[in-house]
Each structure stands twice: as C-alpha cells, then as structure tokens.
Design a protein around this ligand. Structure first.
Ligand code: ZN
Length: 650
C-alpha cells in the first residue's frame, strides 16, 4: 500500500533556510525539491549501492508511462522534441499554454490526470500545437491530445460500464471484464499461498484467443528490464550484507522469468530484512490503477534509514501485539501473533515510476495478505518527503488550515501538534493498520474487487485514528497529551469533508482510493452520530468535532464493520459502504470548497524532482565518491530522463 500526504498545516511565512522547496507551479500542481539529509554519513559502498539502484529505478520510468496508456511514450517523445528544439518566439500565451500542458503531462506520467483519472487538454489552440509538431505522425499526436473521445479516462470506476473496456489504462486489450474474470478464475491458484495473479502482465485478445503477455526478459518490457537487471546486478557488488544479496538475486530471477512464485519468494526475503541501512523498492507493486485491482504499476524508491526517527516507529512495532489485542474488532479477526512488523523512518534518494513525481509519504509492503500474515511486512515513513511538504507549506503565506478551521483553538492545536500527529498517523497507518487483522481461511484474496483498495485504506486509517486518542500513546511516551490525537481528528474531519474536495472538478465524483476512504470515514461519522457538527458562519461551512471520545468510538465501530467485511470478503456490504459514503459529493459544498480554496492560491497537488547523483572519479577513473546536487528545473529533469533512460524507437 502506498499513502499520500494530506498536509493542511500552514504557519506564517518563516522558512529560515536558503533552500527553497517549491521550484515550479502550474495548473493545480506544485513541484518541490526534497533534501537528502545525512548523505555524508553513508560509506562509499553504501553510496555506490544507492547509485546503482537509482539507475535501476530510472530505467523503469518508461514502463510506467506505457502502463498508464499505450501511446503515452509516443506523445511524450513529441513533447520532448518540441521542448528541446523549438527556437521560435516563447513570449506569448500560446507557448506558455503549451508548456503548461507539457508539465502537466510529465506530472501525471501521461495524458490522464494522475489522481482524477480523466484526460486533460492543452489550452493552446490545436493549430498552434500543429505548428510546433514535425514529422509524419503529427496528426496522430494531435488527435491523441485533443480528441476527447480517444481514451477519455485512465481507470473508469463507473461499474455501469464494462470498466475493463472503458478504461484507457494499458493492462488489457480487446477483452471484456467478464473475459478477464473468467480467465483468472480458471487459473489454478494455491488457496493458502496464492500468487498475485496478473500482477506483471497484460491480457490481450489475439485472433479470438486470450493471451497473457508477461513482463520479463524476452517478454513484455524486455529492453527496460534488461537495464534494470544490469543495474541490480551491479548493486550486488556493493551490498551491505548477505540478505540484500539474496533478495536482489531473487528479484533478478523474477525479472528474468516473470514467475509470480519467485516474486513472492523475493518479497518474503525482502520483508525479513530490517537491519540494512540502505533499501529499495523496485517492481510491479500497487494495483490502484487497474479497474479490477490485479495489475501492478511499476515503481521504484531508493532510500536509507533515518536512525534517530526510527526509534519512534520501533516503539510502535514492539507494542504491535498490544494494539492488535485491543483493537475494536471481533476477536477471531485479530492476529493471534503479529509477526515481524517492522517499521522505519527513511530518507529517499531516488523516486521513479508510480512514485515520481508524486511521491507517497508512507509505504507498507509486501501487499500479499498471506505473506503479511505469515512473515510480516515492512512499513516505512518517508521523512524527507514529509518534511519537504511541511517546509513548502511554510513558503505559502495563506493557509487551508486557517480558511477551513472553525476556531482559533483548532488552529493553535494544529500548529502546535499537527506535524507530530500527522507523522504518528502515518506511522500507525502503515506499521499497525495495514498489518493488522486476518482473513478467514475461506476468504479469497481479491474478494472485494474494485472496492478493496478503498476499504483497505479505510481500515488502516481507522486503526490509526482509533489509537491516536488512546492513553496508551502517553504511556508509551509517544505523545504527552491527547491534544495530539484531537489535532488529528480535527484535521481528518476538515480534510475528509471539505479540503480534499478542492482537488476534484465540480460535478465529478471521488474516484481515488485514499480520497474515497477519508470521505467514507468522515461522512459515516457525520451521518451516524452527533459528534461532528456542521456550522455555517458568514456563508461558510465548517465541520467541527463536538465530542472527541464519541468520535473515537464511532471510528472503532466502523473499523469493526470494515474488518468484518475484509475478513469475510463481504463484497456487497463493502460496496454499500463505499458507494453510500465515499463517492458522491454534495454539489453546494463542493462549489463552496472550490471557490474558498481558489482564494488561497494553493496548489493542491504536490510532486517532486529528484536530486542528481553523480559519480566522482579520481585520475585512475575509480569512483571515489557519489555527489548529490539539487537541480532547479522540472522540465530539464524530465528531458534529461527522456534522453538518458529511454529508447529512440518506440
Ligand atoms: Zn495505506
């Protein structure tokens, strides 16, 4: 699972460093830099290890573009061409609009909005765009970009449609939902140790026959995977220990064979390594982009441990069994033995694929339930990314916090405790929430289908929310007052019912899993209890928590229900909860939030550029150091990646 930042904190403009975090803003996006603290505490070998893994990360970037939509890379090459060679007049609105489109395209890794799923369009005229394009495929490119009927949505979640056919995402070709479900239902899968069917493949109908194209060497994406494997092999030379070598070798074997059993073996080995300082994720991981929740998008993160901050998460982990035993769910759904929950705080050195430029702030892997149950999982909080969000918010003088908070008390509480409560929420969501609970033996791994992601995120959030107001947190010295928990409750309700709606175009539903989950939880509490009050003052709507203890028990009660849904695989009940509380938006409130948010001039979507890692060589050509530097231009980084980590003939 991957989780994104929801930062509402905004203090006054008092960033005291020269390091400016926001480097670019366009449409509703901002691009930030992230710092890599403690880089120089790493040994040369560790730096080389990270360098090789970063190369392996960047070589998979094109896979993700292609997964999002089959023609994304062709379109991107046309944009790159214009951006790097156009030498005409740039001081006019048409060019500026073209550039904004290109940036949005890079930001979303394709023609569809990265969160909203819908295709977006340039605001420069088609004629102008045509004048920039060279080459014989110009008309094709223009149609792809301007025609609203071509690939209108990346992942359709309107189940009235055949969501496999109506989604533009490149996981299926000429097959229907029914055919896909039949295809996978007919594959024998071990019931106790099921592989993640379809995770690394595309299902295609060729001459009336359904075929599965598997990503591997000599298979789908072979040329990229060869590069990834090359750099993974290089990295092994600098591994810190035998464990790292063993799982990297397994991952290489997986990339060579495409065998999902080997993928599981790799995940088991990887999840058992909590000692190494350096670590990475590289593969087909999250299934959020697949309308059926099976196919994994390619992603990579390269990171190393923040040793000081990891102490906080270790307290949570070492008490994981206590949290499990006291969780407000039916006893039979509790894990009798919470195995190997490991959590750490990391600093990221490279992001790629589905994690770039929009990075998660928390990750918990592996995703396979049976591995999580038998071997545990690894949960990370991305400290330097969280920090960049926070610092960037200080660079903006106005704040969503002030606009959407009802009282001074709420604002003060957020300023005082907001960052700690956000960090704890992320830690608990990842290392306790996702790791908690168990399925009944009779429940299949993908029983909740298109609702599984939203319900899983809700489960993890509820677990964190429930315990953030628990005296145990004080006893464990993680907080010194329940005000921290209250700050999170305020922020969660404010965000779930108001602030997050600013990201969604008027008239549209909520489609993204994390956003649905927040809406579901808050709306459920609003409608089924009286602990949240809706107040209208000066024509502005506020949602105010009236009774924190009661809200806590509502969270507990909803967790009880959702755990039952997950454990028993109750698709209908899960569907009911998501559709009733998580999808639709009251249009009056939606309109109001969008206009209040627009006044603040804050960009709701944040993304990052990576630092540059550069080998430093001595006179003999030996690498004596890896330097880190922070580039300043989003487009320049995109063009560099397009030149260095791609192939000419697409
Ligand atoms: Zn999550």
């Amino acid at each position: 699972m991957t989780d994104f930042a929801e930062k509402n904190i905004n203090q006054s403009n008092q960033n005291n460093e020269n390091f400016k975090f926001i480097i670019d803003e366009f449409a509703n996006c901002k691009v930030m830099k992230y710092q890599v603290p403690n880089w120089d505490t790493l040994s040369l070998n560790q730096k080389k290890y990270i360098y090789c893994l970063s190369q392996a990360a960047l070589w998979g970037r094109d896979i993700y573009f292609n997964q999002n939509y089959k023609n994304n890379i062709t379109i991107r090459k046309a944009l790159e061409n214009i951006l790097s060679s156009f030498d005409g007049d740039k001081d006019n609105d048409e060019w500026r609009e073209f550039e904004i489109y290109a940036k949005r395209f890079f930001f979303s890794n394709g023609i569809h909005h990265h969160y909203g799923e819908k295709k977006f369009f340039p605001k420069c005229s088609r004629e102008y765009f045509a004048s920039l394009l060279k080459g014989e495929n110009a008309e094709f490119i223009l149609d792809e970009i301007y025609n609203p009927n071509i690939a209108p949505i990346r992942r359709d979640n309107n189940t009235q449609n055949d969501i496999v056919k109506s989604s533009a995402v490149n996981f299926y070709q000429d097959v229907s939902r029914k055919e896909v479900e039949e295809y996978y239902n007919n594959i024998d899968n071990d019931f106790l140790h099921p592989v993640s069917l379809g995770l690394n493949s595309k299902l295609v109908k060729e001459n009336g026959e359904i075929k599965e194209h598997v990503a591997k060497i000599n298979g789908m994406y072979s040329k990229y995977i060869e590069k990834i494997v090359y750099w993974l092999k290089e990295s092994i030379k600098f591994a810190e220990n035998e464990k790292q070598k063993a799982y990297t070798n397994k991952l290489i074997e997986f990339y060579i064979t495409g065998d999902l059993k080997i993928w599981d073996e790799y995940n088991i080995l990887w999840s058992q390594d909590s000692e190494s300082v350096c670590d990475y994720i590289n593969g087909f991981i999250e299934t959020y982009n697949d309308p059926l929740g099976m196919k994994g998008t390619w992603e990579a993160v390269v990171d190393f441990k923040d040793i000081e901050a990891t102490k906080r998460t270790q307290i949570l982990c070492s008490n994981a069994q206590w949290f499990e035993d006291h969780s407000p769910i039916k006893p039979q759904y509790r894990k009798k033995q919470v195995t190997g929950v490991s959590a750490k705080v990391i600093n990221v050195a490279m992001l790629s694929g589905d994690c770039y430029p929009t990075s998660p702030i928390g990750i918990n892997l592996p995703n396979a339930d049976w591995i999580r149950k038998d071997y545990g999982s690894k949960s990370v909080t991305l400290a330097n990314i969280s920090d960049a969000y926070f610092q960037a918010s200080l660079e903006n003088p106005k704040s969503a916090l002030k606009e959407f908070s009802f009282s001074e008390q709420e604002i003060e509480r957020a300023i005082k405790y907001g960052q700690l409560s956000d960090n704890l929420h992320t830690d608990m969501h990842e290392c306790l929430g996702h790791g908690s609970g168990q399925l009944l033996e009779s429940t299949g791994a993908n029983a909740l289908k298109e609702y599984s992601s939203t319900l899983e995120e809700a489960r993890a959030d509820l677990f964190a929310l429930y315990y953030l107001m628990d005296e145990k947190m004080i006893e464990l010295n993680l907080i010194d007052s329940l005000e921290v928990g209250k700050a999170q409750y305020d922020a969660y309700v404010r965000n779930g019912l108001l602030v997050q709606l600013a990201r969604i175009p008027l008239g549209e539903n909520i489609t993204e899993a994390h956003m649905q989950n927040r809406k579901l939880i808050c709306e459920y509490a609003l409608q089924n209890s009286d602990c949240i009050e809706k107040i209208i003052k000066d024509n502005k709507t506020y949602f105010v928590v009236k009774d924190y203890d009661k809200l806590r028990s509502v969270f507990g009660e909803l967790l009880y229900q959702i755990q039952e849904i997950k454990s028993t695989g109750d698709y209908e009940k899960g569907k009911y909860l998501v559709e009733t509380y998580g999808v639709k938006i009251d249009s009056e409130i939606h309109k109001e939030v969008i206009s209040r948010y627009a006044e603040l001039n804050i960009k709701p979507y944040g993304g990052f550029i990576n630092p540059d890692l550069q080998e430093v060589k001595n006179a003999d050509g030996e690498v004596i150091d890896i330097n880190i530097s922070y580039p300043q231009s989003f487009i320049a980084q995109q063009l560099k990646y397009g030149t260095e980590y791609s192939f000419d003939n697409e």
